[in-house]
Design a protein around this ligand. Structure first.
Ligand SMILES: [Zn+2]
Length: 73
């Protein structure tokens, strides 16, 4: 998947100071919100590693959703 496709699916902000990753408890670096696909509006605060996993999951869901909408035309 292209990098811009990946980024379009997730909105990224800086994590609040002192916050922890929701998945592993390490210091968080970013707050991510899904803006497409089946996890629309799903969001969380993640460390770099988990943030990438989250974004990849959302991008995959968004890609699946757009494939479905092409098929239904
Ligand atoms: Zn983490």
């Amino acid at each position: 998947m292209a990098e811009n496709e990946f980024r379009r699916s997730v909105s990224s902000d800086s994590a609040p100071r002192g916050s922890r990753c929701e998945w592993c408890g390490k210091p968080a670096v970013s707050q991510l919100t899904a803006i497409g696909g089946s996890s629309h509006n799903d969001s969380g605060i993640f460390c770099r590693e988990c943030g990438e996993k989250f974004a990849r999951t959302v991008a995959a869901a968004a890609a699946a959703a757009s494939t479905l909408s092409y098929n239904s035309r």
